[in-house]
Design a protein. Sequence first.
Length: 153
Amino acid sequence: MFGNKEKIEKEFTKYKDKALEFINHQQETNELMKQATTKVKEKKNSLGDAFGKIELLIELIKAYSKGDYRNISKSTLATVIGAILYFASPIDMIPDFIVGLGIVDDAAVIGYAIKKISGELVEFEKWKEKEEKSRNNLEGQDVGAGQSKSPLD
């Protein structure tokens, strides 16, 4: 069942179509990211390699929602949000309440989405790396006497 690309694609398409509704609704998108982040934390040990991938997808949508990163197509946004919707949904091909198996289909859908958007995801990773280096350089600069570094500065 999990190796059947057609079944995964058919199931995923339902969520991708629904994802289009989220693209221009920041509040709904933010709520979805909170749900997905909570599930990632709960299922971290069960996710294996998919853990880092789903985190990257969530970071991409958060960066897009904040307006920090816009170098992404609407199709890719729909693919990412669709994968996250699927992941966050407790009722999908294999419901999450089936212990030990409920996460397997989620990982398959995440993998499927990653393959579809690999080029744009690589670009996001490069951007993210550059942003982190830039932020680290700013934090490493000397501060004036009597001033302290604050993450809020």
